[in-house]
Design a protein around this ligand. Structure first.
Ligand code: GTP
Ligand code: MG
Length: 310
């Protein structure tokens, strides 16, 4: 005598509670094998219901997969912009890059991390807006764990807060990162600085003595340039331009600060890195324009290098 169908339905629902993905599919399969094999009537309906559940579970777990918030790295470095809602993070990304992002005069316009590429001194750097990181993120409030995961994989952090805001607004964000053990090069961008009264920046500086505070406004080009340079300093990389036959390439290399002329040659072509005879250098590391140097000469940010083939 099989179990009454209502009892079976109740038991099936109970066994599926809290199960998703492959665990749910496994449970459904085993329920299907326990189900009496009637072609019609209430048991057939239950069978149909379970089959539909298999399909819905599959669709849902794909959706969960798509909702994963990891950001694919592009460019020489990845810099995360994080701060309270509505401070102008999206506007900043928009002002610095080609992409169109939703901005709005209300909080939480941005719901997922949004990447944008910007060119700094010719080198592409990826900026990522991290939305809605709130107090309790480490306990997963507001989906905070996933957001902290994105921050952990970034190379550096820009804390964004309105220039005229109470410093207390940014504090929970800084505290959540510290709590998560995320310690990276960082500065504070005091956003919407065109709206800020005198003294506002000093107040932020006093509140965050360990961090540089940089005023920025999307309607002030000079402040955007200063912002780009500050971001570049966070990357810790140096830019070296290549010259060949008297022509300098438009896009510089982004290199480790300890890089030598040999590393420059190696990044052009591995064979060249082994065989070249030396280089000429213009810029900060050269004593004079076009100075002839050897393989071990250390290059500096802003140098132009011409590799001399053997
Ligand atoms: N005056 C002025 N307003 C700005 C500036 N930057 C952004 N805003 C305004 O601030 C509001 C919020 O801008 P968003 O860029 O959407 O801010 P957000 O930090 O990305 O906000 P959420 O994604 O919602 O958390 C918008 O109304 C912008 O027009 C600025 O430099 N000056
Ligand atoms: Mg936004």
């Amino acid at each position: 005598m099989p179990m009454p169908h209502r009892t079976f339905a109740a038991m099936a629902k109970r066994r599926l509670i809290g199960k998703e993905g492959s665990a749910r599919t496994r449970e459904i399969r085993s329920l299907l094998t326990e189900l009496p094999d009637y072609r019609n009537g209430p048991y057939a309906d239950l069978r149909k219901w379970l089959m539909d559940e298999v399909e819905e579970t599959r669709v849902r777990s794909n959706a969960v997969h798509r909702d994963s918030i990891a950001v694919r790295r592009e460019g020489a470095a990845q810099i995360a912009l994080v701060g309270p809602p509505n401070v102008g993070k999206s506007s900043l990304l928009q002002a610095l890059s080609e992409i169109q992002i939703k901005t709005g005069d209300y909080p939480f316009t941005t719901l997922r991390p949004v990447p944008a590429l910007t060119r700094i001194g010719g080198v592409l750097v990826q900026l990522v807006e991290i939305p809605g990181l709130i107090e309790g993120a480490n306990e997963d409030r507001g989906g905070g764990r996933a957001l902290l995961g994105v921050l952990r994989s970034a190379d550096a952090i820009v804390y964004c807060t309105r220039a005229d805001a109470n410093p207390a607004e940014l504090r929970p964000v800084v505290a959540e990162l510290a709590l998560a053990g995320i310690d990276k090069p960082a500065f504070v961008a005091a956003t919407r600085s065109d709206e800020a009264p005198g003294g506002a920046i000093d107040r932020l500086r006093a509140a965050f003595p360990d961090l540089d505070v940089l005023p920025v406004s999307v309607i002030d080009e000079a402040s955007l340039d200063a912002f780009r340079e500050a971001v570049w300093r966070l990357t810790g990389l140096i830019r070296v331009s290549l010259r060949s036959n008297g022509v300098t390439e438009e896009e510089p290399l982004a290199l480790d600060p300890a890089a030598t002329v040999a590393d420059v040659a190696d990044s052009i072509h591995h064979d060249l890195g082994e065989s070249f005879s030396g280089a000429r250098v213009w810029g900060p590391s050269a004593r004079f324009d076009g100075q002839r140097v050897g393989r071990e000469h250390q290059v500096l940010d802003g140098d132009t290098v011409e590799i001399l083939r053997a």
